[in-house]
Design a binder for this molecule. Structure first.
Ligand SMILES: [Zn+2]
Length: 84
C-alpha cells in the first residue's frame, strides 16, 4: 500500500442539490418537513464538497440523508445551510 499522505479533505464548501421527483405524496408519503400532502415532491441533499489529495479534483460527499419535501419547505431549510 502506498497511500500515505493521500487523504481527501473537505474544502469547507457545502452544495445543496434539489430536484423534482415528478411524483407526489401518493408515492413518497407526506412532506418530511411540514408533514402535509405534496402534489409534487422534491428531493434535496446538502453535500460536503471534498477534494481528492491525489489529483486535486472535487467531488461531493453524499453521505448526508436525502429529504423528501415541498420545494418551499426545502428552500426554508436551505436558508440556514452553512454559508461558504
Ligand atoms: Zn412541506
Amino acid at each position: 500500500m502506498n497511500n500515505a499522505g493521500v487523504i481527501n479533505y473537505p474544502t469547507g464548501r457545502f452544495i445543496r442539490e434539489t430536484k423534482s421527483t415528478g411524483r407526489g405524496s401518493d408515492y413518497f408519503g407526506n412532506c418530511e418537513i411540514c408533514g402535509k400532502h405534496m402534489s409534487e415532491c422534491f428531493i434535496s441533499r446538502l453535500s460536503r464538497e471534498r477534494k481528492r489529495a491525489s489529483d486535486g479534483s472535487l467531488y461531493l460527499d453524499k453521505s448526508q440523508p436525502v429529504i423528501f419535501a415541498h420545494e418551499i419547505c426545502i428552500s426554508q431549510v436551505a436558508s440556514s445551510d452553512p454559508v461558504y
